[in-house]
Design a protein around this ligand. Structure first.
Ligand SMILES: [Zn+2]
Length: 347
């Protein structure tokens, strides 16, 4: 059998069976400092799919960066079939500024497909689309909630995509949430050129939490295993099926003031239940936030100070409260006890 062809990116040649970090130039800052997007390519010895894993599209969503760091140190990826392209920080500008946005206040995930002569966001989107997305069979894009908010680990997929639904189930996050594609997002533009992207959301902006990181690392390894890109050793399939939700809504603060929450992310609530109260600073008026339907809290505000209309809970509708509670408990226990994270030398 002839040896596998080398992978070429940004003028670098990566022979089969090697890994290399490549820096793709993006822009030059006002002080003449060049900015690049650093990409690690693990180009396997043998043929297989090409998959990208990206984080930091929003610069303050740092959990994905930690997930990528751990992923790159798992022994399984050393024996990869196919090619894994890993981008720990897509939006370097936002990352160093602890900001979701680019310096021009644009949101990268609303700037796709972009163009080579456009704004900073537009150029970066264009580089990502042409250098990464177009060359891959599948992408996994890692996000967290914005600052002062947190998300339960979840996979977002567009409705009516059987292949993505299957991969989302393999990933095994506590929740799979169907959500429509947003104009200008990476997922929407990837779909327009026939590429599938799984979007993982977990945790809080500018914070780490162990369960979210574990859910991400484990899920990615499960998907790579399912695609037969990595050996199965040490990567267990999820024993419980994710809670699949097809709709969700944001519950907003009915008044401004101090927010006291009685329920947290991952909790399953029943219609009519009081989830939080907002009191004015004098403690004279108090208004409750009441569950409008049976659902699971997939996101929430962590700031105890709210203006009227602020988003407080992101509630995804469930059919059975009892079944959802069981699912959440089982998946949480699996992530807590995962032997993959027991030995320091593995991760
Ligand atoms: Zn994001």
């Amino acid at each position: 059998m002839p040896p596998r062809k080398a992978f070429e990116i940004g003028g670098c040649i990566i022979p089969a069976g090697t890994r290399k970090t490549v820096h793709l130039p993006v822009s030059v800052l006002s002080n003449h400092t060049p900015v690049s997007m650093s990409v690690q390519v693990i180009h396997g010895k043998f043929d297989g799919p090409t998959v990208f894993v990206s984080a930091g599209v929003h610069g303050d969503e740092v959990i994905g960066v930690e997930i990528v760091r751990r992923l790159l140190h798992t022994p399984n990826v050393k024996k990869i079939r196919g090619t894994l392209i890993v981008i720990p920080i897509v939006n370097a500008f936002g990352f160093i500024n602890h900001s979701r946005y680019l310096p021009d206040r644009r949101d990268l995930n609303r700037s796709f497909p972009g163009s080579s002569g456009g704004s900073l966001a537009s150029r970066l989107a264009n580089i990502f689309l042409t250098e990464i997305v177009q060359r891959c069979d599948l992408g996994i894009d890692l996000h967290s909630a914005a600052i002062h908010r947190t998300n339960l680990p979840q996979i977002r997929i567009s409705p009516d995509n059987a292949k993505l639904t299957e991969l989302a189930e393999v990933f095994g996050a506590p929740v799979i949430l169907e959500s429509n594609l947003r104009e200008g997002s990476m997922r929407a533009e990837a779909k327009a050129i026939g590429k599938d992207v799984l979007l993982f959301e977990a945790g809080e902006g500018l914070r780490f939490d162990e369960i979210s990181v574990r859910a991400g690392v484990t899920g990615i390894l499960r998907v790579l295993r399912h695609l037969k890109m990595i050996p199965a050793k040490g990567v267990t399939k999820s024993k419980s099926q994710s809670q699949h939700c097809i709709s969700s809504s944001w519950l907003r603060a009915p008044a401004g003031g101090l927010l006291r929450t009685f329920r947290a992310d991952g909790d399953v609530v029943t219609e009519g239940e009081v989830m939080a109260s907002v009191s004015d600073p004098f403690g004279e008026a108090e208004e409750d936030i009441i569950a409008p339907f049976d659902g699971i809290i997939v996101g929430r505000a962590v700031m105890p100070v709210v203006n009227e209309g602020d988003a407080v809970f992101h509630l995804a509708r469930v059919k059975s409260v009892q079944k959802s509670e069981e699912t959440l408990e089982n998946i949480n226990a699996e992530l807590t006890d995962d032997p993959l994270f027991d030995e320091d030398e593995i991760i």
